[in-house]
Design a protein around this ligand. Structure first.
Ligand code: HEM
Length: 113
């Protein structure tokens, strides 16, 4: 089970990398539409994060559920913003810094809380 947890953490960190990479691309590209990387990276974080949490009894990990709930809430805001503006085919100037800021907030919550 330790390997499963390691694998999920590995994918969770790659998902974080996807989100940070998307932020850097979106900053430079200033595209008219929202980059799909926000949704792909966000989905990976959601799946791997919830799997880590759900498997905690089996992997022996102990997590702070308030911390994980807060991270989940931040990720829901990221996903909602990305989905709404993808559907509207709009990419306002504040969106990329807002999404990037929320990703950095979740990295901070993961590490410092
Ligand atoms: C933008 C979204 C997210 C980012 C950037 C992110 C980032 C991270 C990072 C950097 C770590 C490693 C921290 C460390 O080992 O010190 C981590 C661990 C973890 N994250 Fe996330 N996370 C996100 C969303 C979520 C969500 C939504 C959940 C679940 C509800 C979640 C559950 C976890 C768990 C359980 C761990 C601990 C893994 C372990 O070491 O056993 N994460 N996250």
């Amino acid at each position: 089970m330790e390997f499963v947890r390691d694998l999920l953490v590995f994918l969770h960190l790659l998902g974080m990398g996807t989100l940070v990479g998307t932020f850097l691309i979106a900053l430079r590209a200033k595209a008219a539409e929202v980059n799909k990387g926000w949704l792909h990276g966000g989905a990976l974080q959601l799946i791997t994060g919830i799997a880590l949490m759900a498997l905690a009894p089996a992997t022996g990990a102990e997590y702070d559920h308030i911390k994980l709930g807060t991270k989940l809430l931040v990720l829901v805001v990221i996903g909602a913003l990305a989905m709404v503006f993808t559907a509207r085919r709009a990419n306002p100037g504040w969106l990329t810094p807002a999404l990037g800021g929320l990703v950095v907030l979740n990295v901070g919550l993961a590490v410092f809380w």
